[in-house]
Design a protein around this ligand. Structure first.
Ligand SMILES: NC(=O)c1ccc[n+]([C@@H]2O[C@H](COP(=O)([O-])OP(=O)(O)OC[C@H]3O[C@@H](n4cnc5c(N)ncnc54)[C@H](O)[C@@H]3O)[C@@H](O)[C@H]2O)c1
Ligand SMILES: O=C(O)[C@H](O)COP(=O)(O)O
Length: 616
């Protein structure tokens, strides 16, 4: 069993003074304030370093240490052709390997050596690939829009951020849609092939006009609306179906939003622009073809899977559908003997929608910047499987993110025996209005703090909620308004409360029977300010010894002496008591980890009732 697995099955090993330090998963290097910004970013997307040998349990390389030159450059695998401009952006900070045309087996064998993988639509990023990359792969960049070739659920479970490049190829795809529409209506491809074969067939290739015809746009997003705009210019009557599109956007372009049924029933031409999802899979099928006008013409530059291709062949054979123009197919490339591709009334292109010089240049830069940002730990505006946190919010929340993680980390180390944690309550006290800030990031970091010390799972903003759910951890949140506080600081304090658990340190149990820790940020540094019923004030850096004793003179000196004899530097010390002469606790921040003997000496002081050593 690996050391981190051992910690998973015995959560309490982590707080034991005798537990090996190397065996405990650690995320960050000791913090320094100037790196606060970097640290928050790293916490969002950090992943454990891949380094692990039989003798050395998996350890995490800090990506936030003070010497940038010591940090390894991230490695990026580019699996499909990417424009030079994008590669140049990536090469500025990463080792980039372009391995075009890899087989699925090649990809599986390689992926674990990379921090990021960039693909287009031709590479399937399956659960297997993401599993193979687990431990190192942090980002999948899709150089384009459609992410149906990436297993998003598996990526989320692995804490792997998926980013795409959603805007740079919109116009190219729309232009290709219009090109297919016009060339299909005038039989350009068929006539071209015939003429090249020596046939001059003017009567055979009489086309149909576009002006005045009804075009139904199915999916009124970026590409769909651009197609609509261009079709209006061709004099077409444009209707659209999109359950999620705002009517005013359609109206502004001069398109009318209608139901699916109405769209397909009224259209002379149907242009498909919806993504492939479980809902849209084969939404164009025998039943829907039946409801269309006889002689309808269909264009698809979205995804092949939205059409039942066998049903389309039947509809073409029967004449229900007069023509189809297809850029995309359920299986790409389609089989050589595909009836659909070979059908004389079908015009095909090999997924060329995004393939213009301009679009590929734009996509390459868009995805390179998104991947670079994600590897730096920034949240990308094009994150597909994570919430978006704007940079200014991120920077303001930086010390609170660190505080949230440390409170979670301390709380889990205080849990005793086999009592698993189920209920976690996080209370945010703030002078700001309830809608003023988003707590997802803080909740994710509390989860990270609770889960990571006791498991081999690494947690980040992408997978925090999923991980909590998987582990049966119910995290509830409460906002408490702090009327007399300053709204300048986003938060006054964060409380982490673990209910229905036993503690190995009775002093951390509040009157209500829960483990309670409260912290706040002072001068940009997280401080622990409440432990159970006791008020303390200790900076959350290094390690912490909590000691419960009978309140009496000389205790600080005794403990300080024992630590001093072993050269353990005390960074902070704070005493909190309920009543004079009754119980009190000492919170002692230490730079070094005291050895077992030193800790036992502290425990042997007669007035000391209990103590615990905690890693921050
Ligand atoms: N052929 C190509 O090379 C190429 C190039 C670019 C985009 N695409 C594909 O085109 C599609 C659209 O791209 P986009 O950039 O416009 O995406 P988009 O997200 O901007 O637009 C998709 C629209 O589809 C709508 N939609 C979702 N479910 C729907 C449903 N059941 N019925 C009707 N509408 C629905 C959404 O509300 C959205 O407005 C994607 O599948 C993308 O992968 C293909
Ligand atoms: O979804 C997309 O962006 C398009 O289908 C383009 O795919 P490609 O990058 O493989 O050309």
């Amino acid at each position: 069993m690996s050391a981190s697995r051992a910690l998973l099955s015995n959560p309490h090993a982590v707080a034991s003074p005798t537990a090996s330090r190397a065996a405990r998963p650690r995320l960050s290097a000791p913090s320094t304030v100037p790196f606060a910004r970097l640290r928050i970013r790293s916490a969002i997307l950090s992943s454990p370093a891949p380094v692990a040998t039989a003798s050395e349990p998996r350890r995490r390389i800090s990506r936030t240490g003070s010497d940038a030159s010591l940090r390894p450059k991230p490695a990026v695998l580019v699996a499909e052709k990417l424009g030079e401009a994008g590669l140049a952006v990536l090469r500025q900070f990463a080792d980039v390997e372009c391995a075009y045309g890899m087989s699925p087996a090649d990809l599986l064998a390689k992926v674990a050596q990379f921090d990021a993988l960039i693909v287009r639509s031709g590479t399937k990023v399956t659960r297997e690939v993401l599993e193979a990359g687990r431990g190192r792969l942090r980002v999948v960049g899709r150089a384009g829009v459609g992410i149906d070739n990436v297993d998003l659920q598996a990526a989320t479970e692995a804490g792997c951020l998926v980013v795409n490049a959603p805007t740079a190829n919109t116009v190219a795809a729309a232009e290709h849609g219009i090109a297919l529409l016009a060339s299909m209506a005038r039989n350009v491809a068929q006539a071209d092939a015939a003429l090249k074969a020596g046939k001059w067939q003017r009567a055979k290739y009489v086309g149909v006009s576009l002006v005045g015809k009804t075009l139904a746009i199915m999916g009124f997003g970026k590409v769909g609306s651009e197609v609509a705009r261009r079709a209006k210019g061709l004099g077409m009557h444009v209707i659209a179906h999109d359950p999620y599109a705002p009517a005013d956007k359609a109206r502004a372009i001069g398109a009318e939003l209608v139901s699916f049924e109405e769209a397909i029933a009224k259209a002379d031409f149907i242009s498909i622009h919806m993504p492939l999802t479980p809902t849209t899979s084969k939404v164009f099928n025998d039943e829907s073809f039946k409801k269309m006008k006889t002689g309808v013409r269909i264009i698809n530059v979205a995804r092949g899977g939205v059409i039942d291709e066998d049903a389309l062949v039947r509809a073409l054979d029967s004449g229900k559908v007069a023509q189809a123009a297809l850029d995309v197919f359920t299986v790409e490339p389609p089989p050589k003997d595909s009836k659909l591709v070979l059908h004389e009334n079908v015009t095909v292109t090999p997924h060329l929608g995004a393939s213009t010089v301009e679009a590929q240049e734009g996509v390459a830069i868009e995805i390179a910047e998104a991947v670079a940002g994600a590897l730096r730990g920034e949240l990308s505006a094009t994150a597909v499987n994570a919430p978006m946190v704007p940079a200014e919010v991120l920077s303001e929340l930086a010390p609170y993110v660190s505080l949230a993680e440390k409170l979670g980390r301390l709380a889990v180390q205080l849990v005793a025996g086999e009592s698993g944690i189920k209920g976690v309550k996080v209370v945010y006290t703030s002078a700001r209005g309830p809608d003023d800030f988003d707590t997802r990031l803080l909740r994710a970091m509390v989860t990270k703090g609770i889960v990571e010390p006791v498991s081999s799972t690494f947690v980040n903003l992408v997978n925090a909620d999923y991980t909590a759910k998987q582990r049966g951890l119910r995290i509830t949140e409460e906002r408490v308004s702090h009327d007399s506080g300053s709204a300048e600081a986003p938060l006054e304090s964060i409380q982490v409360r673990l209910s229905h658990v036993k503690s190995k340190f009775a002093g951390a149990i509040s009157d209500g029977g829960d483990i309670v820790l409260v912290g706040r940020v002072k001068y940009g540094v997280p401080h622990l300010t409440v432990v159970g019923p006791y008020e303390v004030d200790v900076s959350m850096e290094g390690n912490l010894i909590l000691c419960r004793q009978i309140d009496q003179p000389g205790m600080i000196g005794k403990v300080g002496n024992i630590l001093g004899q072993k050269n353990v530097n005390v960074s902070f010390m704070s005493v909190g008591r309920t009543f004079r002469g009754k119980q009190a606790i000492m919170a002692i921040g230490v730079d070094e980890e005291p050895d077992k003997e030193t800790l036992e000496k502290i425990g042997a002081i007669p007035a000391v009732e209990e103590f615990v050593f905690l890693e921050l």
